[in-house]
Write a protein that binds this ligand. Structure first.
Ligand SMILES: [Zn+2]
Length: 111
């Protein structure tokens, strides 16, 4: 009789893999909602910031495909970024799913 082996993957590992596969399968298209990472205001002498870099909701208004190879499917998107107090338009925004640096976009995190 085969004995049940415990899974070597934790629940967190499984969730991280599921999330990564889901992101890889998603293709940006006009009208989809993503996150844009704001740059934040300049850091003051005392180290504080009026507004820190943060995720903002954004609607894709244009998509540029760099290559038809699946591994490099998307280079950039145009975005209508929705800030709490206003909206702005940003062209040719780079994708940064892992680093989430200021001025880039990524798929919304699951909460
Ligand atoms: Zn985000």
């Amino acid at each position: 009789m085969a004995e049940q082996q415990p899974s070597p993957l934790s629940a967190e590992d499984i969730e991280a893999i599921r999330s990564e596969v889901e992101n890889l399968l998603q293709v940006p298209a006009v009208g989809r909602i993503v996150h844009y990472v704001s740059h934040g205001t300049p850091v003051r002498a005392d180290g504080s910031q009026a507004y820190a870099s943060t995720c903002r909701a954004a609607i894709i208004t244009g998509v540029y495909f760099s290559d038809r190879e699946l591994t490099q499917l998307v280079a950039q998107v145009d975005l209508a970024v929705l800030n709490p107090t206003g909206m702005f338009f940003n062209e040719h925004v780079h994708h940064d799913e892992d680093g989430k640096s200021g001025g880039t976009w990524h798929w919304p995190e699951r909460v």
